[in-house]
Design a protein around this ligand. Structure first.
Ligand code: ZN
Length: 435
């Protein structure tokens, strides 16, 4: 245990592969994914407790109507003997992960410890959105795209993760120069396994830059009116771990002083209403572990500081935390099911407009709502902080594809990246000029 005390200081000097070499990668071969009908909250809680005895990964925490869960092959017999009301969503999760094409068990995890180490290459093209990519390639993509838009952008090192990876923001501005306007602010990949969020954030970014370069009237007006701050990966250690160790990893990779369980749920660690009971876990082994104190993770410390700066500078017009899955547009609050945001009507009107713009592309349904009543109680989340502390005029969590309805959950095939991204770009083309 004593060794762990030194790790934060060593981390920038060594590769993450060296840190996590003791952990064997998990392939999920033979795991089956089920949706269990829970028939209401009370029964849902009972079933959730029964399932805790299984070697399994639970996908959702809103268990009133159903629980989606991936069960290990050795516990499939035990699961069937529970005689639950279920359907099979995936016969072999390991095969789906291989088909998705971004997971390389035990692969190399070297990374740049400074943005200066990366040299710009060619300007990216749209083929980027037809595959998933490693953390290092995402870093390089940001460097390449920034280099192709030099007069109107910069890269900012927001901070470092626990293992020493860079949390990078791409800052874009229009004709008035930088820092002249309110912020449009996006976070992607806070939950490591939600890969589609990284790609959608980058697709929206790509559309803004390329359309501005083409003098598109709408986008020129948008970028001339706001400063964009775009962070496609706010949880780089967790994301890197999903590509080499565990595709279904959710948290960051912070070690605990007295537990062998790793990781804090960064979206339960923001220092606002953090201590409220019932919307996070105090157990380090839980997927929703809130951390030892409010904002104690390296990543959230850096993100809070950066967000405070944006709020103090020109204010935050709109914040979106991009997640998957369920196809929801969620307003605060997560900490309470009774409180509404002060500008509820305005935010809901905009969310309904985004949903209807998305629907026009290929009839995909996104449902607007509020986090606690419509998803589940979640405290220490980013949108509550942005709304009440950061004073963002719009503060949303968007849960991306799929809807859940028998589809792929976190493992969305690469062929679905572009269609999903185009849906959301239509939504942004409504939101950005309208808000
Ligand atoms: Zn999430």
């Amino acid at each position: 245990m004593k060794l762990f005390a030194f790790l934060p200081f060593l981390a920038p000097l060594v590769s993450a592969a060296a840190i996590s070499s003791a952990e064997k990668p998990i392939t999920y071969d033979g795991y089956k994914v089920f949706r269990i009908d829970t028939h209401g909250r009370a029964r849902g809680a009972v079933i959730e407790k029964m399932l805790q005895g299984l070697k399994a990964v639970q996908y959702n925490y809103d268990t009133d109507t159903n629980i989606e869960i991936a069960v290990a092959p050795e516990d499939l017999g035990k699961f069937e003997r529970m005689r639950l009301d279920f359907e099979v969503l995936d016969e072999d999760l390991g095969a789906s992960i291989r088909a998705e094409g971004g997971f390389h068990p035990g692969g190399e995890q070297r990374f740049a410890s400074s943005l200066n180490q990366l040299r710009p290459g060619a300007f990216p093209d749209e083929s980027w959105f037809r595959a998933y990519h490693s953390f290092n390639d995402h870093q390089q993509w940001l460097v390449d795209i920034q280099a192709g838009f030099p007069e109107n952008s910069e890269l900012i090192e927001v901070g470092k993760s626990f293992e020493g990876r860079i949390i990078t923001a791409l800052h874009l501005w229009g004709k008035d120069g930088k820092d002249a306007h309110k912020a449009v602010y996006w976070h992607g990949t806070v939950h490591a396994r939600e890969w589609i969020s990284t790609m959608v954030v980058e697709y929206n970014t790509y559309q803004i830059i390329t359309n501005y370069l083409k003098n598109d009237t709408t986008i020129t007006k948008v970028l001339d009116s706001y400063d964009f701050y775009i962070l496609p990966v706010v949880n780089p250690d967790g994301f890197a771990h999903t590509q080499t160790g565990d595709r279904l990893w959710r948290k960051n990779r912070l070690k605990h002083p007295s537990s062998s369980c790793i990781g804090t749920d960064m979206n339960r660690n923001w220092p606002y209403k953090w201590e409220t009971t019932g919307g996070s876990s105090t157990s380090p082994c839980s997927e929703t572990f809130r951390g030892l104190s409010a904002g104690n993770t390296d990543e959230i410390t850096a993100l809070v500081k950066f967000s405070e700066k944006l709020a103090a500078k020109n204010g935050i017009k709109s914040y979106i935390d991009w997640h998957s899955f369920s196809q929801l547009i969620l307003l605060p609050y997560g900490y309470s099911c009774n409180e509404h945001v002060p500008n509820y009507e305005r935010q809901m009107e905009l969310a309904r407009g985004v949903a209807s713009a998305i629907k026009q592309v290929r009839k995909t349904t996104f449902t607007p709502g509020e986090t606690c009543p419509d998803l589940y109680k979640a405290v220490g989340g980013s949108t509550d902080w942005m709304q009440d502390v950061g004073k963002a005029e719009i503060s949303w969590c968007i849960e991306l594809h799929p809807s859940g309805g028998g589809a792929n959950g976190f493992i969305l095939p690469a062929s679905q990246i572009e269609p999903a991204a185009k849906d959301l770009w239509a939504g942004m083309l409504y939101l950005l000029p309208t808000m």
